[in-house]
Design a protein around this ligand. Structure first.
Ligand code: GDP
Length: 294
């Protein structure tokens, strides 16, 4: 996903590498190139500006100009800033409660149902008793989709196809999970093509009813700056705990991965890299930063 950004950043920094002595003019020009590369990757202007302002300050503080290997030092500074931008350390999932409830929210097509299956499979492998809950009452195919995934990974799916009240279904599922001794309940909610009031109210209501210990917002990384704007709207309404960035196997430019944390102040926790049930990774900002500037 970051190929273009990597190319551009490496090219920008190359001008500093191999130079014995560099001037503040070289540094300023490189910082500007880095900013342009970030904006080309669809990082929003303010975020790109803040990051590169910090890179410039650090470069001056750490005396890049008189360093033995200015290029290397500069790369290190950019890597540190990218890592911080993406949230620093990897963040864990809160599975408190018996059962713990994880609420999955996001727009239609973002990859919620696929992620719910992957996450259930991931937790099952840790030995947890998982229940998947189909709360998308608007798209009958969504229930079937979750049931098919559940069968594939060997996780029970709770659904009430004739019930059109998602809040009720969530409540019933939680009661059922308790009687069955489940340890984690994953609630897959309905999404719309765009943010709408009915959907938001419904998810808010489900949140109130099932008191999740973790709310994950799922977003398609291919949607670039829109992903960040959608995250902002969902966060204002749901105050979610973490982001799941999907479709990183596509040709997204990476802007969402780089901007979301800075804009909504919530960490990316998982990345999804395909349709198969094992295409799920914990998000490590440090590894991602090294990958970008490898
Ligand atoms: P939902 O409407 O949010 O529940 O989205 P779905 O889980 O149904 O996903 C929408 C489409 O995107 C489906 O065709 C999925 O197979 C596909 N999809 C989901 N996650 C990924 C991913 O990480 N990579 C790719 N390539 N496709 C994905």
């Amino acid at each position: 996903m970051f190929e273009n950004l990597s190319d551009k950043l490496n090219k920008a920094i190359k001008t500093l590498k191999g130079q014995g002595r560099i001037s503040d003019i070289n540094v300023a020009a490189t910082v500007k190139e880095v900013r342009r590369a970030l904006m080309d990757a669809d990082v929003n202007y303010k975020v790109a500006k803040d990051v590169t302002d910090r890179v410039r300050e650090k470069a001056i503080d750490r005396k890049v100009m008189i360093a033995v290997e200015p290029g290397q030092l500069f790369v290190k500074i950019v890597q540190e800033e990218l890592m911080e931008l993406m949230g620093g350390q990897a963040q864990s999932i809160n599975l408190k409660g018996s059962p713990a409830v994880v609420l999955i929210a996001g727009l239609q097509g973002s990859g919620k149902t696929t992620f719910s299956g992957k996450f259930a499979s991931y937790l099952k492998k840790q030995g947890r008793q998982v229940l998947l809950v189909a709360c998308d009452v608007y798209r009958p195919a969504a229930i079937t989709q979750l049931q098919v995934l559940g069968e594939q990974i060997g996780v029970e799916v709770f659904a009430e196809p004739d019930n059109k009240n998602a809040v009720d279904i969530a409540k019933n599922a939680l009661a059922y999970a308790k009687t069955k001794g489940k340890s984690v309940v994953i609630v897959d909610t309905a999404g719309r093509l765009a943010v709408d009031e009915v959907m938001m109210k419904e998810v808010e209501e489900i949140k109130k009813t099932v008191s999740p210990s973790e709310i994950l917002f799922v977003v398609d990384s291919m949607t670039g700056q829109d992903a960040v704007n959608t995250a902002k709207t969902f966060n204002e309404r749901l105050d979610f705990d973490g982001v799941v960035l999907t479709k990183l196997d596509g040709d997204s430019r990476g802007g969402a991965a780089l901007s979301i944390k800075a804009v909504v102040n919530k960490p990316i926790k998982f990345i999804s890299t395909g349709e198969k049930m094992d295409a799920l990774d914990i998000f490590y900002p440090d590894r991602m930063a090294s990958r970008i500037l490898g």
